[in-house]
Ligand binder design. Structure first.
Ligand code: DAH
Length: 344
């Protein structure tokens, strides 16, 4: 039997005919291998194990060869089948695509990297110090209240200091984490997800995304802030885009300004997107408050800086004319597939 197996191993490899012929000859119920397995039953017990092993190897080799013959055939067309019909539509390959928020985030990063900004990351589960206190939020500031913040744990230490744990309400926490670790010059953008306890609607969600920006160095001024954001707006939305700075208030900046861009949709004439003002807000910004620098061990007499926080959803909605915030998290492929052809 041993010899027969060795001989068949060779024979099988030489077989180049039709796959079905091969199967009938070797692998079918009445085929050669089946016969050999029958014979195996009659072989003396002391040789049975070894013969069984060899037979199994033969079987596996035959099966592999059969697969190979089948595959080889799939690539050719026999006369009877005729040539392939070239007028048939091709089988469509559906590849995935990036989420529109990812596209926007990557584009924002690209624009700021060219200005020399690096990219940093911070935790979404944060403590009171990094999300509020170090950012100069007064103790009873309304932003700390339950309506806005998802608290995970409310606690105080022995000295009565606030040690609450919460889901960050903005990416400004990364400003603090960064400045605590690294001394100026610092020129960084910090994209990430933030959480607020808001009712979900077309214009608000309980989580969304921001990009924080921070530039601290000798002699950084308000003109640097303005020019940086102006450059960003034109890169992101096109060369005709105008920006407008409106005085505002944030505890962590002084002075503070809200950044509007000229409405892309009506080109400033007035429409429902810009609520007939011709302008839409994209970011909050300002000069970093001296208290914030001090809280991070940076001397505000030596260094100054600007910061901004931009909504990624907001930028995406404007760029791609999307009217409902909820679309970003519903995972409806009919929406997501529309970004398939967006080229970076
Ligand atoms: N953190 C603010 C918010 O979530 C946005 C913001 C405003 C960030 C001004 C900044 C800034 O860095 O300077 O509404």
């Amino acid at each position: 039997m041993e010899e027969r197996i060795a001989q068949l191993l060779e024979e099988i490899k030489q077989f180049t005919d039709d796959a079905e012929q091969f199967r009938l000859k070797y692998l079918s119920r009445k085929g050669i291998l089946s016969g050999l397995f029958e014979e195996l039953k009659r072989i003396p017990a002391e040789r049975k194990k070894e013969m069984g092993r060899q037979l199994n190897i033969l079987k596996r080799t035959a099966e592999q060869h059969w697969e190979m013959l089948k595959n080889a055939r799939a690539g050719t067309h026999s006369e009877a089948e005729g040539a392939p019909d070239l007028t048939l539509p091709p089988v469509r390959h559906t590849t995935g695509n990036l989420h529109p928020l990812t596209l926007t985030r990557l584009r924002i990063i690209e624009i700021f990297e060219r200005l020399g900004f690096s990219v940093a990351d911070g935790p979404e589960i944060e403590d009171d110090w990094h999300n509020f206190t170090a950012l100069n939020f007064p103790v009873n500031h309304p932003a700390r209240e339950m309506q806005d913040t998802f608290f995970i744990e409310k606690k105080q230490d022995e000295q009565g200091n606030n040690r609450d744990i919460l889901l960050r309400t903005h990416t400004s926490n990364v400003q603090i984490r960064l400045l605590e670790e690294k001394k100026p010059p610092v020129r960084v953008i910090m994209p990430g997800r933030v959480y607020r306890n808001e009712a979900i609607s077309a214009r608000a969600h309980c989580f969304f995304h921001q990009v924080e920006g921070l530039y601290v160095d000798y002699n950084v001024g308000f003109a640097d802030l303005k020019q940086t954001l102006y450059h960003f707006a034109r890169e992101m939305f096109g060369p005709d885009t105008q920006i407008r700075l409106r005085p505002s208030f944030f505890p962590f900046t002084e002075p503070s300004a809200e950044i509007d861009i000229s409405c892309l949709i009506c080109k400033g004439k007035g429409c429902s997107v810009c609520k007939h003002t011709g302008w839409v807000e994209i970011a909050g910004s300002g000069m970093v408050h001296p208290n914030v620098l001090r809280n991070c061990g940076v001397d505000p007499e030596v260094f100054t800086g600007f910061a901004f926080g931009m909504g990624i959803e907001r930028v995406t909605m404007l760029k791609y004319r999307i009217g409902d915030l909820r679309l970003f998290s519903e995972n409806d492929v009919r929406f997501l597939r529309q970004f398939h052809t967006v080229i970076q």
